[in-house]
Design a protein around this ligand. Structure first.
Ligand code: C5P
Length: 400
């Protein structure tokens, strides 16, 4: 089971002897599906080499805030934005004290200051240093600021003493990193997500479809599941791995999607219509492959039912979220669509932006609800999905 699938983790290694364990930790994080980048403090380089961490992470290791080449592109801000989670392991007594005072005078502390990502600290130090009240006070400050603390473990230490202060085992650290994403914001709720394209068959071998990859819908299903929801994904044909913990129903046509949705919708609290549903289907589907001839061929198309507005129009409708791809006047057309379809929230994007939206890994959307709006800037769909799910849960809690 890939506990860190699609997660971008920044590992900050500080000056503790336990730093020698970090190449193994990085390897295991990658085994769990994480993309890992590493920042070393200068004290950490006494215990582990940048080259070892570069080899196991597959990424350049950064150490210096004043690295002219990297900082030409505002490297520390870029890293702060890139990270889905920041893990400080091992965190030395000195580093914990420094961070608790709000220092931002080296690369790693500047990144922590600039990032909104959840942060996990895994302390590792001599047992007397761990027991010292300075350490406890500093960790209290950091906990209050939202840092999560993992460990330390008890046992024999590099200094020959026995007690609390060992870096936690890699498996425990990985469990704790994974739990950073489990916000519980949708706990006990049932969420249905539609994703991908639909296929409207003309004959047994030909169909009408669109460019949707399903990536956004799958990322939303995964993010809702991580937020504690019981998720059902109704998916058109895609090449994607089903998200772990999510129940998936595969369909092909818009009609099949509509009937899967209507079968399960009675149980649902939040419906997210992310699929690119075909607006039309051929009126007649030929039983046999249509033969080529020299004359023209006309297809008569009839409209498909709008699944989203059907759900929004139900008595006891769930909270409904739709998507809108527009080429101009984003707010006006998105709000029009929201009203026309009767949905609670709409995530809209401009489709003429280079490489954004259909079939790409990144997306940028503006979310509209009631009289409010929120911009989720260009970012990987996995990251955007987590933010959108947080926003949906906030608005839903106000209007359950
Ligand atoms: O009207 P338009 O296709 O632009 O609306 C897009 C939104 O409506 C998406 O949320 C999409 O999943 C949903 N939709 C639907 N059924 C249709 C067409 C669109 O649920 N037949």
């Amino acid at each position: 089971m890939n506990k860190l699938a699609f997660k971008k983790c920044l590992l900050i290694v500080t000056g503790s002897i336990a730093a020698y364990k970090t190449p193994d930790i990085v390897r295991r994080m990658r085994d769990q599906g994480a993309e890992v980048r590493v920042v070393l403090t200068s004290a950490a380089t006494e215990f582990v080499t940048p080259l070892a961490l570069q080899a196991v992470s597959g990424n350049e290791v950064r150490q210096d805030l004043f690295d002219h080449q990297a900082e030409a592109g505002m490297g520390h801000i870029e890293l702060a934005r890139w990270a889905d989670a920041i893990v400080i392991a091992p965190a030395s007594a000195d580093y914990i004290a420094k961070l608790s005072k709000g220092s931002a005078d080296d690369l790693s502390t500047a990144i922590c200051r600039a990032s909104e990502a959840p942060m996990l600290i895994a302390p590792a130090m001599n047992q007397q240093m761990w027991e010292n009240s300075f350490t406890k006070e500093a960790l209290d400050v950091l906990s209050e600021k939202g840092f999560c603390v993992c460990g330390p473990d008890s046992g024999s230490q590099a200094c020959g003493e026995v007690g609390l202060g060992r870096l936690v085992e890699a498996e425990i650290l990985i469990e704790s990193i994974a739990s950073l994403f489990n916000s519980g914001s949708l706990a006990k709720l049932r969420v249905m997500v539609t994703a991908g394209p639909t296929r409207e068959y003309i004959d047994p071998v030909r169909y009408l479809t669109n460019q949707s990859s399903g990536k956004m819908g799958y990322a939303l299903a995964r993010a809702a599941c991580e937020a504690g929801a019981n998720v059902i994904l109704i998916s058109g044909p895609t090449n994607l791995e089903p998200p772990q913990g999510v129940g998936v129903e595969y369909i092909s046509s818009a009609k099949e999607m509509a009937s899967s949705v209507s079968e399960g919708i009675g149980e649902i609290d939040i419906f997210i219509g992310c699929a690119a549903v075909s607006d039309y289907r051929p009126e007649a589907v030929s039983d046999q492959k249509i033969k080529k001839s020299d004359s023209t061929l006309s297809l008569k198309l009839i409209p498909n039912k709008d699944i989203l507005s059907g759900v929004a129009g139900l008595t006891n409708a769930p909270f409904t979220v739709g998507f809108a791809a527009e080429t101009e006047e984003l707010e006006r057309f998105a709000r029009d669509k929201m009203t026309k379809k009767g949905v609670d929230m709409i995530a809209a994007n401009l489709v003429d932006k280079d490489g954004l939206g259909f079939n790409s890994d990144d997306n940028e959307v503006t979310v509209f609800w009631e009289n409010e709006s929120y911009v989720l800037e260009k970012q990987p769909k996995e990251q955007l999905a987590r933010k959108l799910v947080t926003l949906i849960s906030r608005v839903y809690q106000k209007n359950p």
